[in-house]
Write a protein that binds this ligand. Sequence first.
Ligand code: DX5
Ligand code: ZN
Length: 213
Amino acid sequence: MLKNIVAPSILSADFSKLGQEIKDIEKAGADWIHVDVMDGHFVPNITVGPAVVRSIRPVTKLTLDVHLMIKSPEKYIESFAKAGSDIITFHSEIEEDPKEVIRLIKYYKKKAGISIKPGTDIGSIEKILPMVDMVLVMTVEPGFGGQSFMSGCLPKIENLRRIFKKDIEIDGGINEENSRDCRSSGANALVAGSFVFGAKDYSIAIKKLRGGV
Ligand code: DX5
Ligand code: ZN
């Protein structure tokens, strides 16, 4: 039975007190910490690197769910793994062979995730599904928090759930209005940045995402 996961994205956290923010969402009931890594090439935004993963590792026992929106991820797997990532997810739309990147993530004994943008269909990753621990389905164009949820991506999750029995994570524009649809479509791990960190009470926001308020 897959766990019902809520993974707040620190992209929307207050970076002037990131350690405290992470302690607060852990206390508020988060399951994973979603770390959005952007390089300004694969996506038109730049965020954090391995140094931030290394600095937050000792602050929390929660799973560090690292989402690499970067070109040539194979160059950085070692540093993200050694920094303390638990799950390392990269995008299927990169130029390199995803199988090589997955092998590298596994070499460092981390869980491997593959992510697909809204315009990418599951046929393009079908062959590598047996190799990965998780599929991350984007419901916004990657690059920024606070965008609107693309409900047209939900059928993709339903189709994926028919052939993939491990963790399916959904990411982008998720809030209390659409979280139920996300879960009923077959996603068991929900990423939310602005909905959680924009809330006055993080634990109420997380409960709402679990469908329990
Ligand atoms: C977008 C990131 C998402 C984003 C989620 O490229 O991958 O994780 O931060 O933020 P919200 O929940 O605000 O859309
Ligand atoms: Zn993300």
